[in-house]
Design a binder for this molecule. Structure first.
Ligand SMILES: [Zn+2]
Length: 98
């Protein structure tokens, strides 16, 4: 697992995103997610929403080469997986939080 942030995405090929609800995959360029030098916002806190089903729980991979974009979209897990936590559904009903 790799805790990427918007700073570390500069110079990569961006993010491969897979919706956990419908398995739709897409590719987001560094520009599309606002990558910039000095921005330490963690990628796992990005607010992402599936354009197919509206799902907000995803798997994220940082794609490192142009070739990985095509492989990702074709269904292969390539690049560096990093954790994502939905900021819309932070807890299950009935659990406690601080
Ligand atoms: Zn979906």
């Amino acid at each position: 697992m790799y805790a990427a942030n918007l700073h570390s995405l500069v110079g990569t090929r961006g993010l491969g995103v897979e919706c956990l609800a419908c398995q739709r995959r897409s590719h987001l360029t560094p520009e599309a997610v606002g990558a910039s030098r000095g921005d330490m916002t963690e990628v796992r806190t990005l607010r992402l929403k599936c354009t197919g089903c509206g799902g907000q729980k995803v798997r994220l991979f940082v794609l490192l080469t142009p070739g990985q974009i095509g492989l990702w979209l074709g269904g292969q897990d390539v690049g560096a997986e990093c954790p994502h936590q939905s900021t819309y559904v932070p807890y299950e009903p009935g659990t406690f939080r601080a």
